[in-house]
Write a new protein. Structure first.
Length: 236
């Protein structure tokens, strides 16, 4: 099995912290069996993690690894939420078709906000399956502006087969987001533009990645500034 590949600014080690999967388990393992390490203590500056989900045909029809990107994201969010004691961490979930009935804005990370966040982790029935990143990205900028005391963390889960009118300008807008930027590239080659940009952490989840690869990428984004022994975890 190929491990997820993380490019600049850090390299993901798929052997770190017990993320080894059993052979041939990537297509059968349930998200509840994914083992994630302790996420550490809350950061001094609270974070606002904003997820952007691509529900286009190319993702839902084949580029969604094992069809469980939402379940794996939920597993990672729940794991970090259990360790959150500050009650200041925020999570927002946006879909490329935003606004949709599944968008979640500024939910508290933790027990109280978990059900609200999980509600957003599904394909919205009122979405058209857009491949255009721009609208959700602009809304992410607005959400970031509304919480200037939080460090914004942007996480885009997509194959980056974008149909924006000006894709390079959109990628530059994505890379220049004010905060930490993570691109979780689903079963596709990451755009070289992002690979070359030191402002972006790029995680490539290959077609044969083990169950837990998306969860690991989301976990790493959520814990990037938390006080942990290891800055990155992998799932091979």
């Amino acid at each position: 099995m190929s491990p997820p590949l993380v490019l600049s600014p850090a390299t993901l080690d798929p052997t770190t912290l017990g993320f080894a999967a059993r052979p041939h388990e990537h297509s059968q393992a349930a998200p509840g069996r994914i083992r994630l390490p302790h996420p550490g203590r809350c950061p001094h500056q609270p974070t606002h993690t904003i997820f952007l989900f691509d529900n286009s045909g190319s993702v839902c029809g084949g580029h969604d690894p094992i069809g469980r990107r939402f379940e794996e994201a939920a597993a990672a969010i729940e794991r970090v939420g259990r360790a959150c004691r500050c009650r200041a961490e925020l999570v927002s979930v946006l879909h490329f078709d935003t606004p949709t009935s599944r968008d979640v804005l500024e939910a508290r990370l933790g027990r109280r906000g978990q059900a609200q966040i999980v509600h957003g982790l599904a394909v919205p029935t009122d979405g058209a399956g857009s491949s255009v990143l721009g609208p959700s990205l602009e809304r992410a900028y607005d959400l970031s502006d509304r919480h200037p005391k939080h460090l914004s963390v942007l996480v885009a889960c997509t194959d980056f087969e974008l149909l924006d009118d000006a894709p390079i300008e959109t990628l530059e807008r994505f890379s220049g987001f004010p905060g930490l930027v993570h691109a979780v590239v689903l079963r596709a080659k990451p755009p070289q533009y992002l690979v070359d940009d030191e402002r972006v952490t790029v995680t490539q989840v290959s077609h044969d990645a083990a169950s837990g690869a998306v969860a690991a990428a989301v976990f790493n984004a959520l814990t990037a500034t938390r006080h942990r022994r290891s800055p990155l975890v992998g799932f091979g």
